[in-house]
Design a protein around this ligand. Sequence first.
Ligand SMILES: [Zn+2]
Length: 64
Amino acid sequence: MTRREARCLGPYGGDVEDTECGEPARFEVVRHRRPPLLLCPVHLGPALLLAEGVLWPPHIRLIG
Ligand SMILES: [Zn+2]
């Protein structure tokens, strides 16, 4: 297994210190003028509401 696993950035998309989650990411959420959010199932919902720059309605892609 050499595939690099994307890790969840947590409910704030890594913008708030010590809130990164580290679980394997399953979803990618498009953001305005920011890198996409990588999220696990637990943090998908919170991040849509808490992270900066999330488009509304959200653009979500399954990655894992
Ligand atoms: Zn997570």
